[in-house]
Design a protein around this ligand. Structure first.
Ligand code: MF3
Ligand code: CO
Ligand code: CO
Length: 266
């Protein structure tokens, strides 16, 4: 039975094998789309390419129809924090920063990952925000192993953001994942070291920090019910991976080929 209880249950070896396949597919969507992200391309066109790629690989775009979400991926540009709806009207311009968030369902299992793209020449402060946000994710990943607590991860992310004079979005968090898109536990990107769930082997969850250049406050666009933007209109960045806790660390199920922790496991 699908686990929707409040206590996260470690995955079996069989379940982990399926999550590896789903994770690799989600990662490959981002690898595929990278070369298509350029000035003049609409986020709607990127969505259609991702949709077609996912379907051609015998999988389902997890976002499509999720609580009524109208497209297959999220495309969040500049001050959009998350859940941006791809649009044929929104063409990318030189200097934009873009997060594409891809989640797939493959043989009943979910994989969920996102990364930032720079459109043409991007200002140094925007590139720096993206880099530091990726460092927040990578530093948290490096800490994951049995015995570590979720508050340790949140605290680390929050400290790296604030050391760089950035703020952490609190309204959205990482999540357990498996046969459901969003399961327990909630993975906060802020918190106190030594608190929260104690990680154990076999747990699978995402870490997906959203970091703002200015204040942490966000607002939901009431017209479309989805787009989340910074209140001050300043830039926001996000990076996301799906992980599995192993006996001595973690496996990054959505690692892309250009990342340090990529392993040829599938
Ligand atoms: N992929 C997002 C996450 O990281 C969820 C998107 S829900 C959607 O959890 F409906 F906006 F697609
Ligand atoms: Co996601
Ligand atoms: Co997620």
């Amino acid at each position: 039975m699908a686990n929707e209880s409040s206590v996260p249950v470690p995955k079996s070896a069989t379940q982990l094998a399926k999550m590896r396949i789903a994770g690799r597919l989600a990662a490959s969507v981002l690898e595929m789309i990278a070369e298509h992200v350029r000035p003049g391309v609409s986020t709607g066109a990127l969505d259609r390419q991702c949709h077609d790629y996912i379907v051609e690989h015998d999988a389902v775009p997890a976002a499509l129809g999720y609580r009524g979400f109208p497209r297959s991926i999220c495309a969040s540009v500049n001050q959009v924090v998350c859940h941006g709806i791809p649009s044929e009207q929104r063409r990318l311009r030189v200097g934009d920063i873009l997060n594409l968030d891809v989640a797939v369902i493959k043989e009943g299992y979910y994989g969920d990952t996102s990364c930032m793209f720079m459109v043409g020449k991007v200002s140094p402060h925007a590139r720096r925000l993206s880099r530091v946000t990726q460092e927040c994710l990578y530093r948290a990943i490096e800490q994951v192993r049995p015995g570590v607590r979720l508050g340790d991860l949140g605290n680390l992310i929050q400290r790296h953001a604030s050391d760089n004079h950035y703020s952490v979005v609190r309204e959205y968090c990482g999540h357990g994942i498996g046969e459901n898109f969003h399961e327990e536990p909630h993975v906060l990107h802020y918190g106190q070291a030594g608190t929260g769930l104690v990680l154990e082997e076999g747990l699978t969850f995402t870490i997906e920090p959203m970091i703002n250049l200015g204040g942490r406050e966000v607002k939901l666009d009431r017209r479309d019910g989805w787009t989340v933007e910074t209140v001050d209109g300043r830039l926001s960045a996000q990076w996301e991976h799906t992980l599995a806790v192993t006996s001595d660390g973690c496996e990054v199920l959505t690692a892309r080929r250009d990342e340090p922790f990529f392993q040829t496991t599938v």
